[in-house]
Design a protein around this ligand. Structure first.
Ligand code: AHR
Length: 632
């Protein structure tokens, strides 16, 4: 293989990013560190996640009161009455498939309360799976006005499946709402913050952009339940909860308790993107609900509020603090702009209905904010009539970016490594906004798609084609990002977690390898005069990192045999004497990482010598390899 030039297309800084959607308990029960489920009693069944409890002969009752319009965003609260002098009555919260608590760590409980009569005391108890008390705290002296009360405890044992008892000791009556338990150690120590291990795994990907909040949840199962960013900002008690689009009743994916509290809302998404150095990429509803569900659309003459939401979002992200929405951003703690440069109009929409609505969005948004790039849907499939139609029409519309999604078999990814080699260079840029290779583990007779090595290998092969065509494909993100092992609806996913641990899949390590070895511009690498995209089961792309003055070669060997390769730098670049090599490989294509065995497939570092401007290497069977060479 030969390097034929030293300069090709620039690789955008934002090339490799992440796709965040609240699916598989990614937000509530996952990245969002709140441990109490249904904290404000707003789930369809108000006591879902809660259970009445008594201790030492205590007795009482819970009445759910709905304030309706008086508090439209958070109408319900619980009125707790304890009838007995002795003992206690209360509610136990089960958490999100249990609560993950860590020994010696501090946990902060808070609750809104208002006394009705008597002098109730609240006693909270963290209880481990073996029924042992592992943390406790007390609250009392409630007044007759709503106020927030807080108490903390240090946990005495680690437990992945704990629960929280909230006991009331009376007699008396008290109103409560927004019961909350957070670890003190959230990501960057923020109140209302994020689970540190998960946020750190995202940061370690060094993503160029962060797409949020989805996915199908942007669309909602119907328009009433679409994602509306304005409902997700401001005080957390004023954020109106909705049913999650992924609230399902499939046999092993059942999640009737899946709602969106919006504790992780648009402010927090922008903040996270900033924290991890990613460009924010919000996707907004375009006036269409999920076409796989109700397929509801808003009439074209009633679309203005949807477009206004997009305009106001730019003001929220970038506007002066003297503006309405810029002022809210400042009040939430971020006076500086978030520097929003792009947004998506609709998720996976298709047909004329989409085109008609996109045109109205584009007309208004481009007139007011010509600098904001718009990302358009190209439907759910990477090929077929629907896809061709939208591609052709959106090209005519001179759309900035088309969002292509591919959930396909590994073979599709390998066969499509040249997909963009002949794409129209003058048409819209491509955002590969969701992709993952889907394959069942036939070896182990597993009916579910898993994050097997073959899926990651196929993605790596395909991604060489994305990088080689970085002038067309300017952004790409694997999807979905996160999944709770006990509460998923869709697989495969990039990162799996339980209530305490998380594991990067082989696919995660592929994403990380590409994003941390990106380079600043592509350089052509050829084998017998041809690009390397499948011949002899090899796939390759090369780049120069002008900032680090290094040459980077990525080469994927999808065959089950080792392959000797020789990279001839042909005097095009002047290498120093050694190279470094990072390899991901496995002889078993069905291997995957688990929480108990998290590094079965993980990067292995090596180094070697360069002689006469040549690198000789024996590529392992089924391997992804990244060579780095410092240039003289
Ligand atoms: O990533 C899971 C889902 O796949 C997304 O919500 C949707 O956009 C796509 O169909």
């Amino acid at each position: 293989t030969v390097l034929t030039d030293t300069k090709g297309p620039a690789i955008p800084k934002a090339m490799w990013g992440i796709f965040f959607e609240d699916i598989n308990f990614s937000a509530d029960g996952g990245l969002y560190a709140e441990l109490i489920k249904n904290r404000s009693f707003e789930f369809t069944k108000p006591l879902m996640g809660w259970k009445e409890i008594t201790a030492n002969g205590g007795a009482g009752n819970t009445l759910i009161i709905n304030r309706g319009e008086a508090n439209a965003n958070n109408p319900r609260f619980a009125r707790i009455t304890v009838k007995t002098q002795a003992g206690a009555y209360g509610l136990a919260n089960e958490g999100f498939r249990g609560m993950g608590l860590l020994k010696d760590k501090k946990y902060n409980f808070s609750i809104l309360a208002r006394k009705q009569s008597g002098n109730l005391k609240i006693r909270i108890e963290a209880i481990g799976v073996d029924n042992k008390l592992i943390g406790k705290a007390e609250l009392n002296n409630f007044t007759g006005e709503w106020a927030k009360y807080t108490a903390s405890f240090i946990c005495t044992a680690t437990d992945a499946k704990a629960h929280l008892n909230v006991y009331f000791e009376g007699p008396g009556t008290v109103d409560v709402d927004m019961a909350s338990l957070f670890p003190q150690d959230t990501y960057k120590g923020r109140p209302n913050g994020l689970r540190a291990d998960l946020a750190e795994k995202l940061a370690a990907l060094k993503p160029g952009f962060m797409r949020f909040p989805g996915g199908c949840i942007v669309e909602g199962r119907d328009l009433a339940n679409r994602y509306q960013w304005k409902k997700t900002v401001g005080d957390i008690g004023d954020r109106e909860l909705i049913i999650n689009r992924w609230n399902t009743e499939f046999a092993n994916r059942s999640a009737p308790d899946y709602f969106q509290s919006y504790g992780l809302g648009f402010f927090e998404y922008f903040q996270l993107a900033e924290d991890i150095g990613a460009e924010p990429l919000p996707i907004l509803n375009c006036g269409m609900a999920c076409q796989y569900n109700t397929g509801e659309v808003v009439p074209l003459d009633q679309i203005d509020p949807f477009i206004q939401d997009a305009l106001d979002l730019v003001e929220f992200a970038n506007g002066a603090t003297s503006t309405k929405w810029g002022g809210l951003r400042a009040a939430m703690g971020h006076p500086k702009p978030f520097n929003l440069k792009m947004m998506g109009v609709g998720n996976e929409q298709w047909d004329e209905q989409y085109l008609d609505r996109y045109k109205l969005f584009a007309k208004t948004l481009k007139a007011k904010y010509p600098g904001i790039k718009l990302i358009t849907s190209s439907g759910p499939s990477p090929e077929g009539k629907r896809f061709d139609y939208l591609h052709a029409e959106l090209t005519k519309e001179k759309a900035d970016f088309l969002d292509e999604h591919y959930y396909q078999a590994p073979e599709w990814f390998m066969n499509n490594a040249s997909r963009y080699d002949n794409y129209d260079r003058k048409g819209p840029k491509i955002f590969a906004g969701e992709y993952a290779a889907h394959i069942k583990d036939t070896k182990n007779n597993d009916a579910e798609y898993k994050n097997t090595w073959i899926s990651a290998l196929a993605e790596a092969a395909f991604m060489t084609g994305l990088e080689r065509n970085a002038d067309v494909v300017q952004m790409a993100s694997y999807a979905p990002l996160l999944a709770h092992v006990d509460a998923w609806q869709w697989r495969p996913d990039l990162i799996w977690f339980d209530n305490l641990r998380s594991v990067g899949t082989p696919n995660y390590y592929v994403q990380q390898l590409y994003s941390t070895n990106k380079g600043t511009h592509v350089i052509p690498i050829k084998m017998n005069g041809n690009i390397i995209a499948g011949k002899d089961s090899l796939y390759s792309s090369a780049s120069i990192d002008a900032d680090m003055h290094q040459l980077i070669i990525k080469i994927v060997n999808t065959s089950a045999k080792a392959q000797a390769v020789e990279f001839d730098l042909q005097g095009k670049v002047k290498p120093k004497k050694t190279y470094s090599l990072v390899t991901l490989s496995s002889a078993d294509k069905f291997t995957y990482n688990t929480l108990d065995a998290p590094t079965k497939i993980s990067p292995v570092q090596r180094s070697g010598n360069i002689a006469s401007g040549k690198i000789l290497s024996n590529l392992e069977p089924m391997s992804v390899n990244v060579f780095r060479v410092s240039l003289g």
